[in-house]
Ligand binder design. Structure first.
Ligand SMILES: C[S@@+](CC[C@H](N)C(=O)[O-])C[C@H]1O[C@@H](n2cnc3c(N)ncnc32)[C@H](O)[C@@H]1O
Length: 242
């Protein structure tokens, strides 16, 4: 089921995500006013809708979605969190141990563009707030799509919870203002990582609309693509099937 790691080209953002972990969770809670927990929990439930036997949390970071899935899943569900940042994975492991789900999850260091799993292994791939990193101005975006489709079983689902663009132009303008005057400065102040939170603000405010994401998923070969907006469309959950 697990293939040896494959050689990869240098990965965009790797340095940034190796540096942010110590205050990553804390900053998330502040900038989303605690709503990120609820959004991941909704995504976890969406991942589990067809009672999958195997689930991958892609770009699992500090493991919030992985642990959420593990807490809600049926016994014997095999849950894997994968990330290329070792410091993120170390926090994820501690979190899983604290939540008492350490035995049902495993964390693997690896690249989204060269996944160390055999073809058609997973019933579901979930991704929380890492889809933007893998697609926005990322030259390896297509490699990521190819890998997700490769490791999903036919009929398997890809669940994406990600920031989005509110449809209403007034709400969109207010949201973008919030990101620029609150999210970026608070992120920089708390994490002391200017580059990471500048990137966050830029990528959120310029990220694709839900329709563009739908078209990307369809072009990558997914079918039955749907979208559920959350918080007036500032965030949303996309679901697509292989
Ligand atoms: C914004 S964080 C989201 C983390 C977590 N899923 C969450 O909900 O908080 C994005 C994560 O994706 C990971 N990541 C970005 N590009 C990656 C890649 N090419 N391969 C593996 N992980 C990647 C980063 O290391 C980081 O942990």
């Amino acid at each position: 089921m697990e293939n040896p790691p494959r050689p990869t080209t240098p990965q965009p953002l790797h340095g940034m995500f190796t540096a942010v972990p110590p205050r990553y969770d804390f900053v998330n809670r502040i900038i989303t006013l605690g709503l990120d927990k609820r959004w991941r929990s909704l995504a976890a439930r969406t991942c589990l809708e067809d009672n999958p036997e195997t689930v991958l949390d892609l770009g699992c970071g500090t493991g919030d979605l992985t642990v959420n899935i593990a807490c809600l899943a049926r016994k014997n569900t095999e849950i894997t969190g994968l990330d290329f940042s070792q410091p993120m994975l170390e926090i994820a492991e501690q979190k899983a141990a604290k939540a008492g789900v350490f035995k049902s999850v495993r964390f693997i260091q690896g690249n989204a563009t060269a996944l160390p799993f055999s073809d058609a292994y997973f019933d579901c791939v979930g991704i929380s707030f890492a889809f933007r990193n893998l697609t926005y101005k990322n030259p390896l975006a297509q490699a990521h799509f190819a890998e997700v489709t490769r490791v999903l079983k036919p009929g398997g689902r890809y669940v994406i919870v990600e920031s989005s663009q509110p449809e209403n132009p007034v709400i969109r303008a207010l949201f973008n203002l919030y990101v620029r005057v609150f999210v970026a400065p608070v992120g920089i102040l708390v994490s002391r990582n200017r580059g990471a939170y500048r990137y966050l603000a830029e990528s959120i405010t310029r990220f694709y609309t839900p329709w563009e994401v739908r078209d990307m998923l369809k072009a990558a070969g997914f079918r039955d693509v749907s979208y559920r907006p959350l918080l007036f469309g500032a965030t949303g959950i996309h679901v697509a099937f292989k």
